[in-house]
Design a protein around this ligand. Structure first.
Ligand code: ADP
Ligand code: GLC
Length: 482
């Protein structure tokens, strides 16, 4: 049994702002079947401490960067947790990263250094009853864990860092070195230093034994100047330890055969029942109840990464093709306003809900004919995987994990009985428009469309394969270090 400490700043179903939480919450369960025992270290946000069952303190820290802290072991939602109970850092309402004013909490540097520090202490065997073979950090918030372990000097476990999004790197002033307990010798290009700052993600990428990211294509993209966001040199130098492992989805949370959040359940043998969900979705958004109009859906953060300005620019084509569109998302005001205005101008064809709504996300997956994901870059992406499982045909930009998970239904692919969606590249309004027109044309051919729906629904998008890859990575790492 390999023992892994997973360290993440969010975890589904307790705290979620994006796909990181989905991964942190689902991968441990899938790894159990691979003989890997995962404990997840998470900050003690109010939602986490409230959900924790059977909690017992396994480490007490009288002063963790300005206040007392404890590590509390317990369970919640079927997960084995170590909760970093540090009220001065985490006992705050709302979002894990930003305050009510929408700005980063001013002490985020300290809050996530503390998470990493706690991870290192557990890795060094200081918490009662836990000595992991591997510390697996996710994203910049856990990036310093590898640094604390590397500079401690005591025997340490193996370290892995997973990049979910290279765009968020966590850069903070050099003056924090001493307050955060980082030794002066860590201040080097081979250590935590990054363009004159402490780079949290950089430190993790530099000092971890293994690096993973969430798709093979993204693993390749981040080694290029174009996709490397300043870290491509480091990543090229560490190519040998960099692996791309696709995400899966939790196929119990996302199962159209049993989903309590959709009006009509269905499966790959009876996909026709989706039309009931489509009608419900049209009604929910006040769209014309037209069973034949191709209905496109979007579930997304509304940010530059997600390319939804490109969809706004292609909306004219979508309407000309006789399509409908529903958008669920929240983010940049200009995009929120853009989709709201579009819905106002075409109320029977376009619907828009600004906000975060899990139940509605399920209805959109079940009721849309196609799901649009026009991302400029996408490390993996989860909504297109849910769409496959729910029979919503993905229309995706050919980047990162989108390129790796959707099989373009070009004519030859369809002749071979293959194809699960539509890809477009380069990522611009003309090419997205062309993909929308391709989808609309196939949609008019009922049989051809049903073949795509079924191909998608039969695709294994679960965590089974990815979990086996992670298990092998951990085992190889443990073997290499012993
Ligand atoms: P990212 O993490 O970059 O936002 P992913 O596709 O990996 O993108 O994961 C996004 C997750 O968040 C998915 O589970 C998706 O269903 C969910 N999601 C995104 N926006 C919303 C929203 N407005 N309402 C409900 N769920 C959302
Ligand atoms: C990030 C990426 C997304 C990925 C998710 C989970 O949020 O933007 O592509 O699916 O992490 O790995």
């Amino acid at each position: 049994m390999v023992k892994v400490l997973s360290v993440a700043s969010e975890i589904y179903p307790l705290v979620k702002t994006g796909g990181l939480a989905d991964v942190a919450g689902a991968l441990p369960l899938a790894l159990a079947a691979e003989g890997v025992a995962v404990t997840s270290l998470v900050p003690g946000y109010p939602a986490v401490t409230a959900a924790l069952e059977g909690g017992r303190a396994v480490l007490t820290l009288p002063d963790l960067f300005g206040g007392p802290a404890r590590l509390v072991a317990g369970t919640a939602a079927g997960l084995d947790l170590l909760v970093l109970d540090a009220p001065h850092l985490y006992d705050r309402p709302g979002n894990p990263y930003v305050g009510a004013d929408g700005r980063d909490w001013p002490d985020n540097a300290v809050r996530f250094a503390a998470l990493s520090r706690a991870a290192a202490l557990v890795g060094l065997g200081e918490a009662e009853g836990a000595r992991p073979d591997v510390v697996h950090a996710h994203d910049w918030q856990a990036g310093l864990a590898a640094a604390y372990l590397a500079y401690d000097g005591r025997p340490r476990p193996g370290t892995v860092i997973t990049v979910h999004n290279l765009a968020f790197q966590g850069q903070y002033p050099r003056t924090l070195m001493e307050p955060l307990g980082l030794p002066e010798r860590a201040w080097s290009v081979d250590g935590v230093e990054y363009y004159g700052h402490i780079g949290y993600l950089k430190a993790g990428l530099q000092l971890s034994d293994r690096i993973t990211t969430v798709s093979p294509s993204y693993a390749a993209e981040i080694r290029t100047a174009e996709g490397g966001m300043g870290l491509d040199g480091l990543l090229r130098a560490r190519t040998e330890v960099l692996h791309g492992i696709l995400n899966g989805i939790d196929d119990r949370v996302w199962d159209p055969a049993t989903d309590p959040l959709i009006p009509a359940t269905y499966d790959a043998r009876r996909p026709a029942r989706r039309r009931l969900d489509k009608a419900a979705l049209q009604e929910r958004f006040g769209l014309a109840k037209d069973p034949d109009a191709i209905l496109f859906g979007v579930i997304s953060r509304l940010t530059w990464q997600k390319g939804l300005d490109i969809l706004l620019a292609s909306a004219g084509t979508l309407l000309q093709a006789g399509g409908q569109l529903v958008v669920l998302g929240t983010g940049e005001p200009a995009l929120e306003q853009g989709f709201a205005a579009l819905a106002d101008a075409h109320p029977d064809r376009i619907g828009c809900r600004i906000g975060y709504d899990e139940a509605l996300a399920h209805l959109i997956q079940a009721g849309s004919d196609a799901l649009v994901v026009p991302s400029r870059f996408e490390p993996c992406g989860l909504t297109q995987l849910c769409a496959l499982r729910y029979g919503a045909v993905p229309v995706v930009a050919r980047v990162g994990g989108l390129a790796d998970t959707i099989v373009d239904a070009n004519e030859m692919a369809r002749a071979a009985g293959a194809g699960t969606g539509f890809q477009f590249s380069p990522v611009n309004p003309d090419m997205l428009s062309a993909a929308i027109l391709r989808a609309a044309a196939v949609h008019r051919d009922r049989e051809a469309w049903q073949a795509l729906v079924k191909n998608g629904m039969k695709t294994d998008v679960s965590w089974r394969r990815p979990a086996a890859h992670y298990a092998r990575l951990y085992r190889d790492l443990v073997a290499a270090r012993s």
